[in-house]
Design a protein around this ligand. Structure first.
Ligand code: ZN
Length: 348
């Protein structure tokens, strides 16, 4: 009987050592130590022994059983450790590796430029006014003295809103002037910046573009004030105090007189060629750049908003921001503004 116990013990320890999964160990545990297991058979056969043998063999049998139970628990623990080791190997994490930075955007060059302009104008006492991108014909055209037969209203030029009578995507920022004057008494000193829309699309025109509008209305406002403001602003924008301006007579329905504003080329400084004698490509060697439209606010526009045009005068001007940014940062294609390529935007 003793040798039978020893045999069963060594047999179980051998197979237990080879068991390589939790389930195999569990099977062995049931087979040898379970309620109907091989060990129970031995215990049952103890009853046929003498009292003396019952005591000694029974003691051995109990001790062996405990020993085997410990061996089973040990094997479980070993397998668990091995499993954890495997997981650690597969799913290890090096906490000292620097984290991945989430990709973040970058302020767009045009937004940055608009911020800079706000600062330049704020120092001269101009407030920032705003208006809607979708405008009524009334504010976009009528109040600005733009008659129904004016080309600005042309179907080819303007995005009209379908199913919404007399409504357009604003073709200019000028309606903000009207909205502001309607709700404020003179003196007025504002700029308005934002998106404007026209049916244009080529290397220098996009259907959506940005404008800056300036308006000053008060008693005794004159062309001299307009010239001083334009010259100062352009010098600030191009960070060049040598910039000069010139006015050429032109026509815009909401100003009288109206004019085109040119400034000396910020690259060749009006010479038409750069320092080593090569012709300046930006101004096409003429030394001047067309930069803005401007003029004295038409008396009819002032009357339209209820101002006394005998008492008050004013000037207004409009700048194409995209073109200004292209000149200032030497950008050769408008498309770069809208592609949102971070490699481009991050350079500024
Ligand atoms: Zn030039």
């Amino acid at each position: 009987m003793k040798s039978k116990i020893e045999k069963l013990k060594s047999e179980m320890l051998t197979v237990l050592k080879k068991a390589d999964s939790h389930d195999t160990v569990r099977d062995l545990e049931i087979k040898y130590l379970g309620r109907k297991g091989l060990f129970v058979d031995i215990m049952k056969s103890l009853k046929d022994l003498s009292d003396e043998d019952k005591r000694t063999v029974g003691k051995l049998a109990n001790e062996t059983k405990t020993e085997l139970e410990v061996a089973v628990q040990k094997r479980y623990a070993e397998l668990e450790m091995a499993e954890l080791g495997e997981i650690a190997e597969k799913e290890w994490l090096d906490v000292t590796v620097p984290g991945k930075k989430p990709l973040i955007g970058h302020r767009h060059l045009i937004s940055k430029f608009m911020d800079d302009l706000e600062v330049i104008f704020a120092k001269m006492g101009f407030a920032v006014a705003g208006g809607p991108d979708i405008e009524t014909e009334h504010y976009c055209f009528n109040q600005l003295n733009i008659p129904p037969d004016h080309p600005a209203r042309d179907m080819q030029d303007t995005f009209w809103i379908k199913n919404l009578k007399d409504t357009v995507l604003r073709t200019q920022t000028s309606p903000v002037q009207i909205r502001y004057m309607e709700s404020h008494e003179p003196p007025v000193r504002i700029i308005a910046m934002g998106r404007t829309f026209r049916k244009d699309s080529d290397a220098t025109h996009s259907p959506m573009f940005h404008q800056l509008e300036g308006l000053m209305v008060d008693e005794n406002v004159s062309m001299a004030n307009l010239k001083a403001v334009m010259t100062h602003v352009l010098q600030q924008i191009f960070e060049d105090p040598s910039i000069k301006t010139r006015f050429r007579i032109s026509y815009f329905p909401f100003v009288e007189p109206g004019m085109e504003v040119d400034c000396t080329c910020p690259i060749c400084h009006g010479d038409g060629k750069i320092s080593d004698g090569t012709p300046c490509r930006l101004c096409k060697q003429c030394g001047w750049l067309e930069i803005a439209g401007a003029g004295m606010v038409h008396p009819q526009v002032l009357e339209n908003v209820g101002y006394d045009s005998k008492k008050y005068t004013g000037f207004a001007f409009g700048l194409g921001l995209d073109r200004m940014v292209m000149i200032k940062y030497r950008i050769n294609h408008l498309r770069l503004f809208f592609e949102n390529d971070l490699r481009f935007i991050r350079q500024f």
